[in-house]
Design a protein around this ligand. Structure first.
Ligand code: AHG
Ligand code: MN
Ligand code: MN
Length: 334
């Protein structure tokens, strides 16, 4: 079979005939991710790897690359007539392009895992395209507060040993690798599915004493391995870069958990709903897995704030169902 470019693939998904505007937004995102990959690839040569000396709205130190990546996305959005507004992890408020009649909104985490940047470990970008609500003459921030079930396209770019773009438009999950010679994203991972039978979990174990009892139980049983109720040994990974963790789930299965803990409870969790949990959650569902908070399906949460945080449990269906069953066993505080 001849190699298939991202554009050709999206045309084959009938996006060109059904929704050329959506296709143009996706191609714009791919272009932005290529630019970010180039900046990330410069490493220390251009002095891109340090802190800016500023905190973002989340109270996190911004890295130079966080800001550069955000600017690359803003430029894409300004230039694309189909985008009416954007919201980003790095901006307190949504950016609305008054006077533009675009049908789409874009929410994104321009650089995920940026604490890994100066370690030369994998980082990524996460994006979610939402419809502009019908009938709205003036776009307002409230219009971005849509449940994950409303997403039209979601995905991530992984700046790893190679640069990959992995996305869904609701027709499964497909992965593309950047051919640096031609500058094209080529289809290399068609129809990604999460395997059901794996023995790998990803969680920040240093938070263990703060977790709720259902998560304590699930992880205790994994760690007990072949001698415990699961009857098999588990392996653990923690990259501290959600994009890399989700990519591992799609390639070789397992679970990724960032649960509620007693310190983040007041905030609702660690990861952000609109531009981290929802796009990754939809990818997982589209790959045959599940995405939950512990008590409910992630994608059904009606957001109440742009930077809202949620507990996140992503992975193979059987594992997430087990976690959900432990939660429903009763922990009224969770
Ligand atoms: P970001 O760099 O966009 O702020 O996101 C980092 C997130 C996520 O990628 C990762 O899973 C998690 O933070 C890492 O958390 P710890 O600091 O607890 O390892
Ligand atoms: Mn992130
Ligand atoms: Mn980020």
């Amino acid at each position: 079979m001849p190699p298939i470019t991202l554009l050709r693939f999206l045309e084959m998904q009938k996006l060109l005939s059904d929704s050329p505007q959506l296709l143009s937004v996706i191609m714009g995102i791919a272009q932005s991710c290529k630019s970010i990959a180039r900046e990330v690839g410069h490493g220390a040569l251009l002095g891109n790897m340090g802190d800016v000396g500023n905190e973002n709205v989340q109270g996190e130190q911004q890295k130079t690359l966080d800001v550069m990546s955000n600017e690359i996305f803003i430029k894409l959005a300004e230039d694309n007539p189909n985008l009416a507004g954007i919201a980003s992890e790095e901006m307190e408020h949504a950016l609305v392009f008054s006077g533009k009649a675009g049908d789409y909104l874009l929410v994104f985490d321009p650089l995920d895992g940026s604490s890994n940047v100066n370690l030369n470990l994998s980082v990524g970008s996460i994006f979610s395209i939402l419809p502009r609500p019908a009938g709205d003459s003036v776009l307002v921030e409230q219009d971005f507060l849509q449940a994950g079930t409303q997403q039209l396209c979601a995905g991530y770019a992984l700046y790893g040993t190679s640069t990959m773009l992995v996305l869904t438009t609701g027709q499964g999950v497909d992965g593309f690798t950047l051919d640096t010679a031609s500058g094209e994203f080529m289809l290399t991972h068609p129809g990604m599915r999460i395997v059901s039978d794996t023995q790998e979990f990803a969680i920040n174990m240093s938070n263990q004493r703060f977790w709720q009892p259902p998560v304590q139980r699930y992880i205790d049983e994994c760690v007990a391995g072949a001698d415990g109720p699961r009857g098999k040994d588990f392996n653990m990974r923690w990259v501290a870069s959600m994009v890399a963790e989700v990519h591992r789930l799609l390639v070789r299965g397992g679970v990724f958990l960032y649960p509620l803990d007693s310190r983040t409870k007041g905030k609702g969790g660690r990861l952000r709903l609109l531009y981290e949990a929802n796009p990754m959650g939809w990818l997982l569902e589209q790959a045959g897995g599940l995405a939950a908070t512990g008590h409910r399906r992630l994608l059904e949460i009606e957001p109440i704030a742009l930077h809202q945080r949620v507990p996140v449990m992503l992975g193979a269906k059987e594992e997430i169902e087990l976690l959900l069953s432990y939660h429903s066993l009763k922990d009224p505080t969770a």
